[in-house]
Design a protein around this ligand. Sequence first.
Ligand code: S3P
Length: 450
Amino acid sequence: MEFRIKRAPRIEAEITVPGDKSISHRAVILGALTNGVCVLRGFLPSDDCLRTVQALRALGIKIEHPEPDMLIVHGKKRLLTAPAGEIDCGNSATTMRLLAGLLAGQSFDSVLVGGATLSARPMDRVILPLRKMGANIVAQGPNETAPVKIHGVKLRAARHDLPIASAQVKSALLLAGLFAKGKTTVREPSISRNHTELMLNYFLVRTVRDEDGAINIFGDQVPESRDFRIPGDISSAAFWLVAAAAQPGGHLLVRDVGLNDTRTAVLGVLVRMGAQVREAVDDVDQMEPSGTVEVTGAPLKGTVIQGKEIPQLIDELPILAVAGALASGTTIIRQAQELRVKETDRIAAIAHNLRAMGVEVIEQQDGLEIHGRGELRGARVASFGDHRIAMAFAIAGMFADGETVVQDVECVRESYPGFEKTLDEFVSSKRVRVTTPVISSLTPAKVEEE
Ligand code: S3P
């Protein structure tokens, strides 16, 4: 399957996006450990999140799925049972890494396998710290890759000072810590998304944050069952936010989207690039803030994205690179070497596709230097089997002369079912335009110091 995209008309729209991927995974896993029934609304029914649902079912948890975005998880008070066979995580690294932490401390063995892109991704980042807790776990593929074979043991608590800011690794260790005796501590070099911490607290699991930001979890706690509503995914919203931001006079409202401040750095970058961005939190009841983002487009200018900002917008870098290509001046992305080990080598993939669209790009080991020219040339580009590359270049096509074809876009289902329909509405004149009055309570998005 491919996307064929032509230049888009001016954006004047109001949309919602499907549920947050990271929060959906965590809600299923933690819901399964609670002492009762949890109704999850706003669940993202994407391939990746459905892998987590299937995995928990294989571990003996009853999960009903009465509507696409609704799950009823029957928690069994931390009791999981041995799976009948291998657990297939598809291409979902979040499923594989979080489950590695969860399964290390069980009283049974398990094997986690993955599809082609996941089987090339490093697993030593979770395996090495888990071994420090006594875990008996090996990656059987070349260079510490899947299949991951786990021999369940009694874990001991440990302190972890992580070399990379990774929410997947942090979450795996917190889940392992829940099944270890005593206090497990996880300290990351800079703050990554904190959904696991928030959701543990929501399900009344006690954690303590030290002054240096390290998080402590105490083993042997049973999460308390509660219902939860998952907000829209800001990483999915980012594609449309950039499209509106890069169109002078474009205007977009995204409602019911997650506004957790470990995820909203993308908004600050768009402000630095010259767009007008405002956000209004209208729900904090469940610890995960959500609300509305409003973007008004402008001629964008280049910026520098680096340092502590990187883990807080890591998934938005492909679309921000496209924003850089549409801006005047140079956009520099640095200290983003993690992009090399995502669903594909995203640094190489972005550079390849932007060049095909006529943009001058210098590829660095840890990032990119993009010489924006405001205009793009329609081209045939590849997804490299990576959902965020496919979607970022579909948006690029909305700004290109002539037709852009993005090839092999099935992967979009991993995080954003329905992307194609929204894309179609944005690029065709069939689209229903919704004009909404500006919300007075919206406040300007934060701008990080450069
Ligand atoms: C995720 C964490 C990030 C992110 C991924 C989802 C999560 O990965 O890129 O899409 O849900 O914890 P890393 O932990 O590898 O940075």
